[in-house]
Design a protein around this ligand. Structure first.
Ligand code: ADP
Ligand code: MG
Length: 323
């Protein structure tokens, strides 16, 4: 088998998407995945009134809005992850996220009364789904949804389906931190993915996870933030308060076969904090690596063989490793 691969990078879904594909049909497959990513972005772009999400956010209270299979499926799954996380993950948080200006040039600390007003619009229970018709309706006026916390995971899963369909030998895709690997590399070595050292600059790692046909997704408070009067405000919001999640965690990395699951679960577990977050991951049966603010590393027992912590880096395994 040829050990040659092709690499490509495009900017899409608000991030750099990097692919590395092994096999004779790599070029065609890469193009197909790029086109699929562009299609998904056009469907789900929160900032575009003409996207399906834009249309739903404009008319969702007035009428049932018919959606594509992809978008309906993602909303259905998002609602499910809200339910199992007791609302720690919630796509209807969009009005609050807008206030904070996440992903815009207008990041700011909102007034308390603004948060109060917008948080009254937030609840996944206000999303009414009609399975047979693929329609969604809002039961509250002015509510909005944003798939930003789950869309990249879905896109990674779609990419993997395309790699499979095209019978490529192996592939790697990274959508701004949502990593997915497929197949076996020509030398049969494991795919390994570094876990970011949350106190240091990008690229410095605390350890390495070995994975096979799996996805690795990290939610961390260092990924995206702004500072105001010396206080850091990051982009993962606790739907119960409307403020950045304030747990004892620096990051949660979830390893799972399905990247959309990993995307939703990592955000949810980050909001819930290490104890409840671990419980959620355990109930779900995924694998995870939690890093706390006091430099403890907690991993699920199903990850013990596949995660290597770099020694003498100031981080230590916590005694509660097992589940
Ligand atoms: P990243 O965007 O860095 O990959 P996440 O996957 O954790 O990080 O997603 C965070 C994004 O999801 C935020 O930028 C915001 O748009 C949205 N979001 C923030 N908090 C929540 C939440 N509690 N539930 C659902 N989506 C959220
Ligand atoms: Mg996420």
């Amino acid at each position: 088998m040829s050990s040659e691969y092709l690499e490509s990078e495009i900017f899409c879904m608000g991030t750099n998407i990097i692919q590395r594909v092994y096999g004779f049909n790599a070029r065609k497959t890469i193009k197909e995945v790029e086109n699929e990513m562009k299609r998904l972005e056009a469907l789900m772009n929160f900032y575009k009134d003409s996207s399906e999400i834009g249309i739903l956010n404009s008319y969702g209270f007035e009428k049932e809005v018919k959606l594509s299979r992809d978008v309906f499926y993602i909303i259905k799954k998002a609602k499910y992850f809200s339910e199992i996380s007791q609302g720690a993950f919630d796509i209807s948080l969009a009005p609050v996220i807008e206030l904070w200006g996440v992903f815009t040039k207008h990041e700011r600390v909102p007034l308390e009364k603004e948060i109060k007003e917008k948080i009254s619009l937030v609840s996944y229970n206000n999303l009414i789904l009609n399975e047979g018709e693929n329609t969604v309706k809002f039961s509250k006026e002015n509510m909005k949804i944003d798939l930003g916390g789950i869309a990249k995971g879905y896109a990674a899963d779609r990419a993997t389906q395309i790699y499979k369909q095209n019978n490529v030998n192996a592939a790697f895709i990274n959508l701004g931190g949502n990593v997915m690997v497929f197949g076996e590399k020509p030398d049969n070595s494991d795919w390994s993915v570094g876990v970011q050292e949350p106190f240091k600059s990008r690229g410095e790692i605390i350890g390495v996870a070995n994975i096979t046909n799996e996805s690795v997704v990290t939610s961390g408070n260092y990924v995206r933030y702004f500072e105001d009067k010396g206080v850091k405000y990051h982009h993962i919001i606790d739907p119960r308060t409307g403020y950045p999640a304030d747990s004892n965690l620096m990051s949660v990395t979830v390893i799972s076969q399905n990247s959309m699951e990993g995307d939703a679960l990592s955000t949810a577990a980050f909001v819930l904090g290490d104890k409840e977050g671990m419980q959620l991951i355990k109930n779900y049966g995924a694998k995870a690596i939690f890093i706390t603010k006091d430099k403890k590393v907690k991993i699920t027992s199903n990850m013990r063989q596949d995660f290597y912590l770099i020694e003498d880096n100031g981080f230590e395994y916590c005694s509660e490793v097992g589940l």
